[in-house]
Design a protein around this ligand. Sequence first.
Ligand code: ARG
Ligand code: ZN
Length: 871
Amino acid sequence: MKTDTAPQSAPKKIFLKDYAKPDYLVEHVSLTFALDKTKTRVTARLSVKRNDGAAADAPLVLDGEDLDLVAIAVDGKSLGEDAYTYEHNVLTVRDVPAAFTLETEVLINPDANTKLSGLYISNGMFCTQCEAEGFRRITFFPDRPDVLSTYDVRIEADKSAYPVLLANGNPGDKGDLENGRHFAEWADPHPKPAYLFALVGGDLAHKQDSFTTMSGREVTLQIFVQPHNLDKTDYALDALKRSMKWDEETFGREYDLDIFMIVAVDHFNFGAMENKGLNIFNSSCVLASETTATDGDFELIESIVAHEYFHNWSGNRVTCRDWFQLCLKEGFTVFRDQEFTADQRSRAVARIRDVRRLWQRQFQEDAGPLAHPVRPESYITIDNFYTATVYDKGAELVRMMKTLLGPEDFRKATDLYFDRNDGTAATVEDFVGAMEEASGIDLTQFRRWYSDAGTPQISATEAWDNGTYALTLTQHTDPTPGQDDKAPRHIPVRMGLIGPDGPMVDEKVLQLKEESQTFTFDGLQTKPVASLFRGFSAPVTVKRELDTEERLRLIAQDTDSFNRWATAHAFAMDLLKSMAGQQEMKNSHEALISYAKAIETIITDETLEPAFRAEVLRVPTETDIGRAVAQIDPDAISEARRKFRRGLLETLKGTLSDLYTANLVNDDYDPGADQAGKRALKNAALALLMAEPSDTTAELALRQADNATNMTDEAGAVSLLAQSNRPEREDALSRFYDKWKHDPLVVNKWLVWQALAGGEDALDKIIALTRHEAFDMGNPNKVRSLIGAFAMENPKAFHRADGAGYDLFFEKVRELDKRNPQVAARLLTATEAWRRLEPKRRDMLGSRLKALAQEDGLSNNTFEMAERLSD
Ligand code: ARG
Ligand code: ZN
């Protein structure tokens, strides 16, 4: 038996420019799993073929991590110990023929797998996660996405503990074995890279349905869960059917196996995974019932089910050549799931939510030490590049190309891309090339969006002269790590002009390509106000001088709803910044009243969707404000937000109470956009009423919590009480816990509310919660709910002036790094704005990051993050 002689390899950077084709391909894989908690035996038979252009003496190099090698044979002949080496997670076999069968037998220990990568155990069930590099923790393999193979899999396990045995593809034979064991066989005819492999074994119940594809084939749909969760699968199943239909109608994509399965697991490093025919989901992204999940949860589940399903074409049928091309599948698939949500719900509201998310996560990333191009050029651990930039900015790039091409040519281009690259591992270049070929549009300059990091800043200046309006747009991008000079980008500017009585010219898409360009509009009666970047037509920031009158005109009269919201949001941000002492504002008291009146008109406008009105009513969080200021002083920001909310409340009190009553929903619960919008508006009104909770308001919240028949209303009310310092707070929280302690997903919400709470003793309460029975460092959802929420969304506690928030955070990161490096490294992103903190905190946080980067024994994941952050 051979184990890795030198398992821990020193951190090594991998570069896009070093890409080389694999020397050997694997055409077919046969796997047999004898499942056992601590000693699972994996037997693999690989049909290996030397690749075109590879040298005849090229050794066979396979990845393998934490594997105990029991046996190895080439063409049936067992290899002696001197015929191969296994060190630094690499198995090298010399002197192999041009085509041969490699057989290996390894033992792995799923029970000891706390990294949740490879084969592991979650609540007594076996499951796998292989993207990006988990398959090498299951068996020896060229674990890279450009090696595509067909698979057949045989799983053997104890029948009573693991009655359900699943893998990718279509089901085959199954039956009983000796000693109470049984087996099941699966075959996947579609060639796939190893990262899409999946296996599940457990005591699971399932809900079933079917879908008839556009060519008339019937597909069985199944969602597998722990038996007590069976009543929480209907919504995901429904979302799945809608996704399948939508992808046929919108992209012409049909499903290609007889069966599509989703499995919910409680321990999962992120949201979900698109394994061929066998998606594995974090249970928080699939389980929902009206009493346990909020409208927001339902919407999230719908979008993630869609996202993973859409990967069947954008990711699986056409996969990535190497991990630098990750945005090829992720950016494109996010774009597809965003469009799905926009079509299923409200396009304007969907766009607002997507852009909010982009601002919150991606703009912040692009402006700090972790900035990287949508197509990165190097990495130590690819796990660290499943980022907002790759996903969300990646989606914006696809959206901009659609804007430049128009919908018809865009669809021609995606058809061409899918057809031409089906069954292969493609590149970003293949995608952009298809866009050019289908449309005849030159995207040479546009490609900079993929290679250059950083968010372009656009300054807009306007001139008015005798009926001619001139708009000058100038672009600039700040340096980002490793990229000092940025050339101008090709930016689509969707815009319109708004006069005192409404729109003055039809919507246009301007092409900004130079550093500075002037666009003129003649023959106008009065000076218009430009509505720029409608629908957020490019991921840029815009600087322009608008006076209050111009702002009010756009808020009231812009025909683009996204920009109505965006103008109101920018107005609020300016007020908040000035209140936090970060920006001058003339007559800020009057401005606040103007702002309140402007949004009052919107939130009371019955012709507008309630969900849209709710978005307008939402006050930016302290973290949102922190992202917008030059220097972060958490106490000043918190105080500014408090004042801002109270100021709004003063003007809007009566309106808010009316809105609350007018939007009560009395029908049976439905998670769809209409009802959800009303609840959102009602709860947004309550949130602002709770800015200064009187006895009556607190009473209203309590009553809502007690009488709620759905989690949206219950959570809406309890979370607000939890953010307040009302005497009712503790009681509301403890009653909620007693009611829900049997349901871990609901308890996670309870952890989040407390992680976000204010007050002098906020941090002490969070520390106490790390010892509570509801918390568990072994479960990533719990870690994210308590530690993640505290560090990312509770700036006052995290940045406590004495550094105690940082101490808790780094203690938990170190503890977690030993157990689950992917999750530990991800947590560190909470510190990415440290250089913008006021000097005292900046020094405290910066020195802790530097100390961490220098520590021995860190995982590669955490080392890479700490180093980039403190560099
Ligand atoms: N492909 C998955 C998805 O976006 C996510 C996989 C994340 N993997 C990782 N190592 N972070 O649906
Ligand atoms: Zn994805």
